[in-house]
Design a protein. Structure first.
Length: 268
């Protein structure tokens, strides 16, 4: 399992070209992936509980994707078994005027997880070198410096006990067309459709360029990027969950040493 998902990790200092990375996962069959996912989702819940008990680590999951890339359903599937008290999801929309009057990491830092917790960022500070770059919402001199700021920020979080894993849910432009059309065709999905999505779709190539640079410059040992082929949802859920379970297993967490001798107590 580990070597299969390791393929998706972007090594530090490598140059990513998303156009050359597959958008449909392979290497495992659907039934096997389903079966493993059930088991791993439970293990993820156990690992979160252990993380809470040990009170040493926190886990930050960053999710980025093009519109209709499946961020919401990934969160639903991957965290299905985790205790709701042990995890939090924060969705970053366009910044408020207060948020805009601070540095770009101000609103981000406030939402990072405390020890014991899993926190998912549904969009993140990567929008500040994504949409901000593509739509020229900040001058070049401002966003170009942000890659270094992001790396320093993530390094600090990691040094202080936060494990960071970043996922780009990779789909093709053709697949996005299908998914957006589905939102238009289905009465129960129409609420998800925004005409803005079509404008952003028109900037597809500029987004790919921005993500190529962000992923290449900000994939580090302590805060790696994974590019997950996401057109087969069962593969996507399996791959994301595998990465999370492997990452948490790697922390070698332990329940705290007992401070009492349980044999000395009787519950009447
Ligand atoms: P859904 O899949 O439900 O559409 P979403 O994450 O696309 O979810 P929306 O409310 O449609 O949510 O979009 C949020 C928008 O906010 C996105 O277009 C995103 O690029 C934008 N956004 C997020 N962070 C920033 C930022 N720092 N600066 C400018 N725009 C941002
Ligand atoms: Mg949207």
């Amino acid at each position: 399992m580990k070597h299969l998902v390791d393929r998706h990790r972007i090594k530090p200092k490598s140059r990513v070209d998303l156009n050359k990375i597959p958008t449909r996962g392979d290497g495992i069959d659907k039934d096997k992936a389903h079966h493993q996912l059930q088991k791993m989702a439970k293990e993820l819940a156990d690992l979160q509980e252990l993380m809470y008990a040990e009170n040493k680590h926190a886990l930050l999951i960053v999710l980025q994707a093009m519109d209709a890339g499946g961020k919401d359903s990934t969160i639903r599937e991957v965290l299905s078994q985790v205790n709701p008290q042990g995890c939090r999801v924060h969705s970053f929309k366009g910044p408020s005027s207060l948020e805009r009057s601070h540095d770009f990491l101000w609103r981000i830092h406030k939402e990072t997880p405390e020890r014991g917790m899993i926190c998912v960022f549904n969009r993140s500070h990567y929008e500040d070198v994504g949409i901000v770059r593509v739509k020229e919402l900040a001058p070049d001199v401002v966003w170009k410096k942000r890659y270094d700021h992001i790396n320093a920020f993530e390094k600090m979080l990691s040094d202080e006990g936060t494990t960071i894993v970043k996922f780009f849910l990779h789909i093709s432009k053709d697949y996005q067309k299908l998914r957006l059309q589905r939102r238009l065709d289905r009465a129960d999905k129409l609420w998800k459709f925004s005409p803005d999505d079509l404008a952003e779709r028109g900037r597809w190539d500029a987004y790919m360029k921005a993500y190529n640079e962000a992923i290449s410059r900000c994939t580090t040992k302590d805060a790696p990027w994974y590019v997950i082929p996401s057109e087969r949802r069962w593969y996507r859920d399996w791959a994301v969950t595998s990465v999370l379970v492997n990452t948490l297993r790697g922390l070698k967490m332990k329940y705290p040493e007992p401070t009492i001798d349980p044999t000395k107590f009787t519950v009447e």
